[in-house]
Design a protein around this ligand. Structure first.
Ligand code: ADP
Length: 744
């Protein structure tokens, strides 16, 4: 088919070439040359007549004139092909060949004039008319090929005839009658030639047009055939795709009635085409679990003639449900009217199953994670309560008169329980970080006292190991900053604690400076030690939860592997980070940054936790202790035993309320979790119903910051986390008494 189209295209091109200006000129030249001998024969014939009837000289002369014109014209026409090839313009060749045509016609006209004048007039008229008529017919035949040459010839022949008639009219006056007969005869000949002229010109043109249309029609037909073949091929191709597709394909008409289904549909649903044709898909595919909203969306899409996509539950012939992902595509006819809708349904039951399994696994994992976090939180809280007793009792015991061996035992108990408390605090913080409960609460605080406090806390440990612990502060350090001092302290205690723990000899140096990036002053604290260092392959892992540089470290130094993970997370929550550089057996440098902007804070009197209030402060006061745990009650009794105050106790919130009403205590030490009525409810009740209001201090193992908030919201005045130290307890009570006396 393509070859046929190619052939026809070439034929059309050849046709246009043949009938274009150059093609016509060439054909004109060829035609004229082809008939040159017959024209020459006629000329010779006339010359012979002249030679015989007039004189041989006249015959030769006439012949020479006619042949000269012919030779000039032929010479030019023979060169046309070559000149066209050479690239000469068609226009100039047409001009040249018109001139030579003129010359040829002029030669013939002179020949005819000699005939007309030399031979007797009775015969010459007919002979001349024959010659001029033959020339004119020749010219007319060439009209379609070379219009200007043909017209030039006709003008010359017409002019010659007119001149000869004029000569006849004026010169041969005596034969006027004959002249008019000849003129009439000439008009008759011209008149009879007119249909011939019109036939040759218009007929030829029509012929040419027809030829071209035939080729064009042939070409169009061939193209249409090719397109048809292509569509047939595509149709076969598409239908074979639909037949062999793995997905179900349903073709619906514009009213959503089924036209056709593919074999995959039959395999999946069990319905044959004959069972569903003409039916709406919802009549045979949908069931109780199919989503009506999706069905409505599909119906609307079909009505609006737009495509739609959705997932839904379909049913097989025997009622088994399966998940499908449906793609609806409208198909329009040439006029843009909805012709049909193609629905491609992919079975996604397995995918859905997998999704459900994954969601279930995720839910289980999250539940497990929550359970783990809750367990850790509960456990650490539960352990804090007895720890409170152990640490408190050990503290009391260390004040008693003991032998040096007994004092060592007590000290060991205290150190061990404090180590245990650190672990518990870590676990508690870790579980809070895990479930996102840990919050950073910023306050304005002084940098120097905060750092001093940390250093004072760490010094005994360093001294015990014979390690120097130094602090270097930059001069431009801000006096006060805005941030969470408690959390900064926690990070520092952990990292300086590690530095001391992992250093056998040498020193630990803390360098404090500022990061000046933008308008804010961040703090930058470098803790450098001369300890065991960390191997390069472990260095980044030390920040992972429960990760330690190696197992031997755990055995040698103990620890949970949580400290650095917590420190890094806390620092990041405070807008900074913790990074480390280290070399094995040389030492490590931990760099802590926090984004704490500088603030203005009025200078205030420092409180020294080790300075105990004067006992006289407590004289004549009543303190109520509400605590369900016997050990803790005993501990507080012991801590307050030498003071001139009256201590009464309650074992739950309800009893606390009763005793507040009865004894009107100055200060209440309120445990948070107690049976019957907890500390928060008891406080709220006291605040709302008791006329004489005590100062209430929460005393609790619940160390969360949110708990502190809850205590304050319930109406408590202070908060003491367990285990309670004697100094802190006395200071808190003294502060309560002071604020009460101020209020009175
Ligand atoms: P822990 O100290 O409770 O094991 P950390 O998270 O605080 O947990 O530290 C993780 C590990 O990083 C430590 O076990 C130790 O191997 C390593 N490490 C931390 N600080 C230092 C240090 N200053 N020098 C050498 N190793 C350290």
């Amino acid at each position: 088919m393509a070859a046929e189209i190619h052939e026809l295209n070439r034929a059309l091109e050849a046709f246009d070439r043949r009938n274009g200006p150059a093609g016509l000129l060439l054909r004109y030249a060829r035609g004229r040359l082809r008939h040159r001998f017959s024209r020459l024969t006629l000329t010779l014939f006339g010359s012979v007549i002249l030679a015989l009837s007039v004189s041989p000289r006249i015959g030769v002369l006439a012949c020479l004139v006619a042949v000269t014109g012919e030779v000039i014209d032929n010479y030019q026409l023979r060169g046309v092909k070559k000149q066209l090839h050479r690239g000469d313009s068609v226009k100039s060749l047409l001009r040249k060949t018109t001139l030579t045509a003129f010359a040829q016609a002029a030669g013939l006209s002179v020949f005819v004039a000699i005939l007309w004048l030399a031979i007797p007039h009775e015969v010459s008229f007919l002979l001349c008319l024959a010659y001029l008529g033959a020339g004119a017919i020749n010219a007319i035949m060439a009209l379609a090929y070379h219009r200007s040459a043909a017209l030039a010839r006709l003008v010359v022949y017409g002019g010659t005839l007119a001149m000869l008639f004029a000569a006849d009219y004026y010169v041969l006056e005596h034969q006027r009658e004959q002249f008019f007969y000849n003129l009439a005869a000439t008009f008759m000949v011209a008149y009879t030639m007119l249909p011939f002229v019109s036939y040759v010109t218009t007929g030829r043109l029509r012929n040419l047009r027809q030829q071209r249309r035939q080729i064009e029609q042939g070409l169009e037909l061939a193209k249409a055939n090719a397109a048809l073949l292509q569509r047939q091929r595509e149709g076969r191709f598409l239908s074979s795709i639909a037949e062999n597709a793995v997905d179900s394909i349903i073709m619906l008409d514009a009213d959503a009635n089924t036209l056709w289904v593919n074999p995959a549909f039959t395999r999946k649903t069990g319905y044959k085409l004959s069972e569903v044709v003409g039916k709406h898909p919802s009549d045979y595919l949908h069931g109780p679990r199919s989503d009506p909203a999706i069905l409505e969306r599909f119906t609307n899409a079909i009505n609006e003639g737009i495509s739609a996509h959705g997932e839904n539950v379909n049913y097989t012939k025997i009622g088994a449900p399966f998940w499908v992902e449906t793609n609806l595509s409208p198909v329009f006819d040439e006029d843009g009217k909805l012709e049909m809708v193609i629905s491609v349904d992919r079975d996604i039951t397995l995918k859905k199953q997998r999704e459900a399994e994954l969601a279930e696994a995720k839910r289980a994992a999250e539940q497990g994670e929550r359970a783990k976090t809750a367990f850790l939180a509960t456990m650490s809280h539960e352990i804090r309560t007895p720890m409170n007793g152990i640490i408190g009792m050990a503290e009391l015991l260390s004040d008693a008169k003991l032998s040096s061996e007994e004092a060592l035992y007590v000290q060991t108990i205290r150190h061990s329980s404090e180590a245990l408390l650190t672990i518990i605090n870590d676990i508690l913080d870790f579980s809070k970080l895990q479930d996102g409960h840990l919050k950073i609460s910023s306050v304005a605080f002084e940098v120097q006292p905060c750092l001093d406090e940390v250093m004072n806390l760490m010094r005994p440990q360093a001294a015990a190991k014979g390690i120097a612990l130094d602090i270097e502060m930059k001069d431009d350090l801000p006096r006060a900053v805005w941030g969470d001092d408690g959390r900064l302290r926690q990070v520092l205690v952990n990292i300086i604690g590690n530095a001391i723990k992992f250093t056998e000899k040498g020193s630990v140096t803390v360098q404090v400076g500022t990061v000046k990036e933008g308008p804010d002053h961040g703090l930058e604290i470098a803790v450098t030690d001369t300890g065991i260092g960390i191997a390069p392959d472990r260095i980044e892992h030390v920040f992972d939860q429960f990760a330690q540089a190696d197992a031997a470290t755990t055995r040698r130094f103990g620890g949970t592997g949580l400290g650095l993970a917590i420190s890094r997370q806390l620092s990041r929550m405070m807008g900074g980070d913790v990074t480390v550089t280290s070399a094995v057996n040389v030492g490590s440098c931990f760099m802590i940054t926090v984004d704490f902007p500088e603030v203005n804070l009025p200078t205030k009197r420092a409180i020294d936790p080790d300075v105990l209030p004067e006992p006289a402060v407590f004289a004549g006061t009543t303190v109520l202790l509400a605590e369900d745990n016997r050990t803790n009650r005993f501990l507080v009794q012991k801590l307050l035993k030498d003071l001139p105050l009256t201590l009464i106790t309650a074992v739950n919130g309800k009893e606390a309320v009763e005793k507040v009403k009865e004894y009107k205590p100055d200060v209440v030490l309120m445990d948070m979790s107690m049976p019957e009525m907890d500390g928060l409810d008891a406080t709220r009740y006291i605040r709302n119903h008791v006329p004489t209001q005590p100062h209430i201090i929460a005393l609790t193992a619940n160390a969360y910051r949110s708990d502190r908030q809850a205590c304050l919201e319930a109406g408590m005045n202070g908060f003491l986390p367990k285990p309670v130290r004697r100094g802190e307890l006395l200071q808190a009570i003294a502060k309560g008494l002071e604020s009460r006396s101020r209020a009175v």
